[in-house]
Design a protein around this ligand. Structure first.
Ligand code: NAD
Ligand code: DAU
Length: 339
């Protein structure tokens, strides 16, 4: 493993992973391949650009067979890690087409390239959302059936199934991680944690969906990156690994803690009409990845504290994003939704 293609590497988790890999493995070369959608941002990679002998950026779509093929050949890619995806559930409810194109068809294009060039490993970054809503007292294991309920999770499940098919039918050495909600630096402020932090800094209400009692397993992004690294190097081809802390938090408690960390009043929380088909709880059993030697290094509180601090210290990054096009989306998503 030496020449890694990191698709979606200009996004949130992808850019953290690029930085992590370049720091940890001085002999690896990384090619970031990213379409730079609204969620992709070269500011996320500013500090790695100086490593020009080991880092290349290519602007491209994973659905573009020709360009993917050219990059595979020119950079002698031996490993693919696919982060590229449309990722926001609320946007998938507004329109699913781009989700199906990127998350399903795009995955197929990358798998074809992996097959043709005989890569050492193809890793698919997937999500706990493919298991659907999980009842109290249960945690999903990797062999559970998929019960997707949003166009986003259905598209991600399509990608996962295609990966398994390429392993079974053609022997492509595929691994999959199904990660939980991640938080940390460079997360686009449409996702709940950076949205709430940046709103709170500006004294803008925090739009909490429904009763706010939904539960998520919020993990620190570097724990997620480390988990992918462990599976990439120690995981077995054809296998799926859940990746999260195994501890869930209610959204309302997450919102309250953000406000406490920022010294802002709880009156900023405004309950709004719920997300249609909102999954109330995700929960992962992570014994399988733990058996590879991985463990989560941050509690939810530590992860949130670090994240809040980063957004407080890096207004240069998010203020640019929270302008024009962003507020158009915000209006469409939240206007008239107050309860
Ligand atoms: P993100 O939305 O921040 O970034 C996605 C990146 O993919 C962007 O840089 C975007 O430009 C790029 N991209 C989108 N469509 C593309 C295409 N057709 N071709 C090339 N590049 C394209 O996403 P994220 O939150 O960092 O998530 C990364 C991956 O991890 C996704 O596959 C997501 O499903 C998965 N995941 C995310 C979380 C989470 O909490 N954020 C949790 C579990 C799994
Ligand atoms: O579970 C992993 C998934 O986590 C990833 O696969 C997705 O890419 C990622 O977007 C995330 O999905 P969620 O739908 O869980 O994340 P989101 O940040 O949109 O919402 C988290 C919770 O907060 C969810 O219960 C909905 C709620 N929420 C969200 C927003 C945007 C609110 O209450 N208000 C909001 O404004």
């Amino acid at each position: 493993m030496q020449n890694i293609l990191i698709t979606g590497g200009a996004g949130f988790i992808g850019s953290n992973f690029v930085r992590y890999i370049l720091n940890k493995y001085p002999d690896y070369r990384v090619v970031v391949y990213d379409k730079l959608t609204y969620a992709g941002n070269l500011d996320n990679l500013r500090d790695v650009e100086k490593l020009s002998d080991r880092y290349t950026f290519v602007k491209g779509d994973i659905c573009d067979e020709k360009l993917v093929d050219q990059v595979m050949r020119e950079h002698q890619i031996d490993t693919i890690v696919n982060f590229a995806a449309e990722t926001h559930v609320d946007r998938s409810l507004m329109g699913a087409g781009s989700f199906i194109k990127t998350d399903v068809y795009g995955t197929y294009v990358l798998l074809e390239a992996a097959k043709k060039y005989g890569v050492e490993r193809y890793h698919q970054v997937s999500t706990d959302e493919v298991y659907g809503e999980i009842p109290p007292g249960y945690s999903s294991v990797e062999t559970d059936p998929l019960h997707t309920r949003s166009p986003y999770s259905a598209s991600k499940a399509g990608g996962d199934l295609m990966c398994i098919a390429y392993h079974t039918s053609f022997g492509v050495p595929v691994t999959i991680t199904r990660g939980s909600n991640s938080i940390g630096p460079y997360q686009y402020p449409e996702k709940v944690v950076p949205l709430f932090i940046t709103n709170a800094i500006d004294d803008i209400p925090l739009p909490l969906y429904g009763d706010g009692l939904q539960m998520r397993d919020y993990q620190y992004v570097l724990d997620h990156c480390e988990g992918i690294d462990v599976v990439l190097h120690k995981g077995k081809a054809g296998e799926i690994y859940n990746l999260g802390t195994g501890v869930e938090t209610r959204n309302i408690d997450m919102a309250r803690l953000i406000l406490r960390l920022l010294g802002k009043p709880e009156s900023l929380i405004k309950h709004v009409r719920d997300r249609p088909g909102h999954d109330r709880r995700y929960s992962l059993n992570c014994d399988k990845i733990k058996a590879l030697g991985w463990h989560s290094r941050h509690t939810f509180e530590q992860a949130l504290e670090k994240t809040v601090r980063w957004y407080v210290d890096n207004e240069w990054w998010w203020r640019k994003i929270k302008s024009g096009e962003y507020w158009e989306y915000y209006k469409k998503q939240y206007e008239g939704r107050e309860l």
